[in-house]
Design a protein around this ligand. Structure first.
Ligand SMILES: Nc1ncnc2c1ncn2[C@@H]1O[C@H](COP(=O)(O)OP(=O)(O)OP(=O)(O)O)[C@@H](O)[C@H]1O
Length: 376
């Protein structure tokens, strides 16, 4: 069996209030899955149920074929969990903390020393072995938390907002580490930072109001969810010539973005080399791909197409679209939106580390998180 994680019809109700509702997804070995959602969507609840710290009200969760509910202790040895704020003991040194976690995680006594030094070098903690935890920067605390989460060589790594509160350099370092960890682990990672998903993950889940509203690869959506198909074109023509050809074509609405002829131009700053070219945004009445028809229409009219590009929704637009109230008023079971039409994601968003951050969130500060509690 290739599924490391199976979440089946899982719901959590807190004192009559919905935490999550009928979540259904699996994760295959080697996947790095981004788990996104606005505040209060149910990410932490889901992660805590997977790691066994919160009991589902309904449904079942299996890790590597073992039931979290029935064999919690066995499952914990298969999972590495990094809560948003790692449960570190400030009065321990880096080394003694790692030894402590190794023992807690049942690493065989004869392997502890080796495992600790492996973690120190793998997570870039060399030279800090004897430093007190309280003196570490937030970035190094995060490294130590990650070291503690993987010291027992778990199959599944669950990371709750691992880059939250870090500065941009630390964010890049921790992302690089997660990418490396993803080479040997299956990773479920919650985040508020949308570009993190496109840089790190090969799949993403979006949750809203406790329900899964999207399950797909960041590379395979954009023109999804019954959206109107959009194409931008640059044509060797005047805007008037192009309008004459396109106006009778009722299924497509056109809008000039840039034109070289002064009468219609929104941007007349073009130089003479681009004289008589026009850029337009064309919007179809539905999601049907009209590029081929467009090609024959323009070539039949003797208007050369200089460029044609399918316009995709950015990750932010997709997120907003799926997490507005209307989006979940309909039946928001993920299966309906899973089959998303192939489209490249707008890569522009990947360059911006913080501008897409949706918000901050609360933290789990308790060392008890290691031991298990049903605090939520
Ligand atoms: N212990 C609890 N008691 C009652 N309600 C809770 C408890 N924990 C979570 N909830 C509720 O469950 C829902 C999901 O919360 P959860 O913390 O899982 O969301 P989240 O996606 O992790 O949010 P954030 O991004 O803000 O951390 C929210 O409505 C929240 O108020």
């Amino acid at each position: 069996m290739n599924d490391v994680l199976e979440v089946k019809q899982v719901s959590k109700v807190y004192e009559g209030q919905r935490g999550v509702h009928q979540l259904d997804f699996t994760m295959e070995r080697g996947e790095i899955v981004g788990f996104l959602g606005p505040n209060g969507a149910g990410k932490t609840t889901t992660m805590r149920m997977i790691t066994g710290y919160v009991h589902p009200s309904a449904g079942s969760i299996m890790v590597d074929g073992v039931s979290v509910h029935e064999q919690g202790q066995r499952v914990r040895s298969k999972i590495g969990y990094l809560p948003e704020t790692p449960p570190l003991y400030p009065d321990m040194t880096v080394q003694s903390y790692l030894k402590f976690v190794a023992n807690l995680r049942d690493v065989p006594a004869r392997e502890v020393k080796l495992r600790v030094s492996e973690m120190v070098s793998r997570l870039g903690l060399q030279g800090r072995e004897r430093q007190m935890v309280r003196g570490l920067s937030k970035g190094y605390k995060q490294r130590l938390g990650l070291a503690g989460a993987i010291i027992h060589k778990p199959d599944l790594l669950v990371l709750d907002e691992p880059t939250s509160g870090l500065d941009p350099n630390q964010i890049i370092e921790i992302r690089d580490l997660i990418r490396e960890l993803g080479e040997n682990h299956t990773v479920l990672l919650s985040t508020h930072i949308l570009p993190e998903v496109s840089t790190l993950c090969n799949r993403m889940l979006i949750i809203n109001q406790g329900q899964l509203v999207l399950d797909g690869s960041p590379q395979h959506f954009g023109s999804a969810m019954g959206d109107q198909f959009k194409v931008s074109i640059e044509v060797k023509a005047t805007a008037e010539q192009l309008h004459n050809v396109l106006t009778p074509w009722e299924k497509v609405r056109s809008e000039v973005i840039q034109a070289s002829d002064a009468n219609t131009a929104k941007d007349t700053s073009l130089n003479s080399d681009s004289a008589n070219t026009v850029k337009m945004l064309l919007t179809g009445e539905n999601s049907e791909d009209f590029r081929e028809e467009l090609f024959y229409l323009l070539s039949g009219s003797g208007l050369p197409i200089l460029e044609m590009k399918k316009e995709n929704l950015s990750l932010e637009q997709i997120f907003l679209k799926l997490t507005t109230t209307e989006a979940t008023d309909t039946d928001a079971n993920s299966a309906d939106v899973d089959k998303v039409a192939g489209a490249e994601m707008d890569q522009d968003v990947t360059s911006d580390i913080d501008s897409s951050s949706i918000s901050g969130t609360s933290a789990d500060t308790s060392p008890q998180a290691h031991k298990g509690e049903d605090s939520k």
